[in-house]
Structures are given as structure tokens and as C-alpha cells.
Design a protein around this ligand. Structure first.
Ligand code: AMP
Length: 368
């Protein structure tokens, strides 16, 4: 099949590699010159809302998907009559606004942090009084990797928070003193069969994912997260891979957000699972059954941010993925995956790699 992918970054590149392995051809659309996905297929260089470029892509392809969630839905809706688009645009629309996303969690009884919508500095006062401090103020739209957020710790900062973010539609959310963060990744095919991966634990630095570990050794949390991701997939009549990010607080999970796409916290599945998230996304959108999602051991993934130091190329036990991007502070340039027979060995490898990468760059995991 000919698959059109909106976005041509590293997720597009890895989707492209998976699609090629299944005998499909990919065409990409993205604004950058020489993006990572250019390694795997032709790129139509255009902005995401370029109606003409989207129509060209629709004309060329049998199915369209996307690799990031800030694609203008209305522009995609214009080509929806010409070609199937997966995941469904309704899911994309809901994920693009933190309010509708939270309302969806509420509809499905998926627990989430307390929150309020914010229209004024006075609203912020009310939210601080009702929920308590600290509060995380988030833009409803276009936030990612912690961008568009303000942690309000004292009432005196309400003015500063309003000045920084007040021009946007906002939410104020309870600060969650979580034990750790996890993501639950699942895939649903067009014929409705669902497969899920084991739960993944994620560490962030400066709002950017730095390390993932899978599986999480907790059967109760795994069962809860699995149930939530299945509920989302079914409710949304979803096709493709979806990632649900959650906070772990004791034996409870609180949903943070979901991504209607393949996800950085699932990169370990390339080496660490029987079928990668990228393969499974491709299988789902071309109308096939998902492949088995069992893990091959204890997997770890270390993001390479800002720079890929020479040290990162020297680990016999790690698989380096270099996306071929120009280095820039805070930019995700690649990742290393390790798979070990035990969690202890996996964590030792992650420790060695992280130490060595940090020594070389002095800034592993620090997003700017
Ligand atoms: P987000 O863009 O919502 O995924 O936020 C990025 C990161 O900020 C999350 O992965 C958390 O580490 C942190 N964060 C977001 N919301 C909260 C919250 N309500 N309480 C504590 N930390 C948060």
C-alpha cells in the first residue's frame, strides 16, 4: 500500500522503516528541509495546513496517518472524503484540547487530577483556593514536553502566571506528588482487535522524556492501565497506536494525557517487543491484525537530547538510533535501547550509558 504520513520527524522515520519492512511505500508531508523521514521516502515540503499539498498526498496514497498531534484537524477533514485517515480525526480533535481530553477521561471513569478551566486571573485565585497550591497551569492547546506550562507555587505569582499564559485558553491542574510516571500503549485494528504492551515507566527531565523502562513490575497497576487504554481505544472506535500517560500515586493511577499516535515511551518496543509499536501502527492502518506485543526481556530506552556524543556509539549492548537531525539544545536526536534478562541488568546498563552520555555532553535529559 501507499501510506501518507503527516509529519516527517523521527516518528515518521521509524514508521517508515516499519512500513517498508511490511512491503509498503511511504510519502511524507512536513515543513522542514531534509527531515529525518527523508531517509525512508519522498517528502512533500509544505506546512501541515497546506490544502494543495494535502490533496496531493491524498491523491497519491491509499491511507493517511500522522506522527504528531498538532496537525490542524480542519485541514485533514478536507481530505477525509478522498482517503481514509487513521487514527480517526475525532480522537485527534479530542486529544488536541486538554479540556476535551479530560472530559473524555471523566466520561470513561478514568481517574485524573483535579482541574479547573481558567479565563481570568480571578479564576486562578479561585482555583488556588479550591484545589490548593502548587497548581500546574497549562495551555489547553499546543503544549508538549512541558511547554506552555507554569507551576504556580505561591499566590503572589498569580499575576506573573497570568502575564505569561493569560493570552491562551488555560486549565489549572492539581500538582500531583506522584511516585513515578507510566505510559500504557495499545493498538486497535480496523476490525476491532486490540493488543496492548506491558506498562512502561518514564523519567522526565525539564519536561522531556529522558529514560523509559519496561515492564513495570506491578500487576495491579498494569491491569488498571491496560483496562483504561482498552476503554479509550474502544470508545474512540480507534485505529492505530495510542499512548496513555499516567501518574502513579501509591496504588492509584491518574491520567495525564493521551497521544493519538506512536509515542517516544514506546521506542523500546523496536528491540524489546515481539512487534514494535511502529509495525503495529502500520498493520492497524492497512487493515491487518496487530502482531503479538509480548516483551522480549527487560527493556530500557535512553533519549539522546541536544547532542549524540561519540560515547553513545560505543555500547556493545545498546542499539543506537540516530535520527540524523542537526544538533540543537533540547532537541531529541536519537535514542539507545537496551534489552536484558533481568531488571537489575537492564538498570545497570541504563546507569552505565546515562553516566557516559552525561559525562560527554554534561546535559543528558535537560530540555530547554
Ligand atoms: P505534559 O505536557 O502534561 O505531559 O507535562 C509534562 C510533564 O510535566 C509530565 O510528564 C510531568 O512530569 C509534569 N507534570 C505535568 N502535569 C503535572 C501535574 N499535574 N503534577 C505534577 N507534574 C506534572
Amino acid at each position: 500500500m501507499r501510506i501518507g504520513i503527516i509529519g516527517a520527524g523521527q516518528l515518521g522515520q521509524m514508521l517508515g522503516f516499519a512500513a517498508r519492512a511490511h512491503g509498503h511505500t511511504c510519502y511524507f508531508l512536513g515543513p522542514s528541509d531534509k527531515p529525518p523521514a527523508a531517509k525512508v521516502g519522498p517528502v512533500v515540503q509544505a506546512s501541515f495546513d497546506d490544502r494543495v499539498a494535502l490533496a496531493v498526498l491524498a491523491e497519491k496514497c491509499d491511507v493517511i496517518t500522522y506522527e504528531f498531534e498538532n496537525v490542524p484537524v480542519d485541514a485533514l477533514a478536507d481530505i477525509a472524503d478522498l482517503v481514509p485517515i487513521y487514527p480517526p480525526l475525532a480522537a485527534l480533535r479530542q486529544a488536541q484540547d486538554r479540556l476535551t481530553e479530560k472530559q473524555l477521561f471523566e466520561t470513561l471513569d478514568i481517574p485524573l487530577p483535579e482541574y479547573r478551566t481558567i479565563d481570568s486571573a480571578a479564576n486562578l485565585e479561585d482555583a488556588a483556593a479550591a484545589i490548593g497550591l502548587p497548581l500546574v497551569i497549562k495551555t489547553r492547546r499546543l503544549g508538549y514536553d512541558g511547554k506552555g506550562q507554569f507551576v504556580l507555587r505561591k499566590r503572589e505569582d498569580i499575576g506573573a502566571a497570568w502575564q505569561e499564559l493569560g493570552a491562551n485558553a488555560l486549565l489549572a491542574e492539581q500538582w500531583v506528588n506522584f511516585d513515578y510516571e507510566v505510559s500504557a500503549i495499545g493498538v486497535r485494528s480496523g476490525i476491532g482487535d486490540i493488543a496492548t504492551y506491558c506498562l512502561t515507566q518514564n523519567e522526565h527531565a525539564g519536561g522531556i522524556l529522558s529514560v523509559s523502562r519496561a515492564p513495570v513490575d506491578d500487576a495491579v497497576l498494569t491491569e488498571q492501565a491496560d483496562r483504561h487504554v482498552r476503554e479509550l481505544l474502544e470508545h474512540l472506535d480507534y485505529v492505530g497506536v495510542l499512548a496513555l500517560e499516567l501518574f502513579v500515586v501509591g496504588d492509584r493511577l491518574l491520567a495525564n494525557e493521551f497521544a493519538p499516535r506512536v509515542h517516544n515511551s514506546g521506542h523500546w518496543t523496536i528491540e524489546g517487543a515481539e512487534t514494535s509499536q511502529f509495525s503495529n501502527h502500520v498493520l492497524a492502518i492497512v487493515g491487518e491484525h496487530p502482531g503479538p506485543t509480548g516483551n522480549r526481556g527487560h527493556a530500557g530506552m535512553i533519549n539522546l537530547i541536544g547532542e549524540i556524543p561519540d560515547a553513545a556509539r560505543q555500547f556493545a549492548e545498546g542499539s543506537l538510533h540516530d535520527y540524523g537531525k542537526t544538533p540543537r539544545p533540547g532537541r531529541k536526536l536519537g535514542h539507545i535501547t537496551v534489552v536484558a534478562d533481568s531488571a537489575t541488568d537492564r538498570d545497570r546498563l541504563i546507569g552505565e550509558i546515562t553516566k557516559s552520555v552525561t559525562k560527554s555532553t554534561g546535559q543528558h535529559g535537560t530540555g530547554t
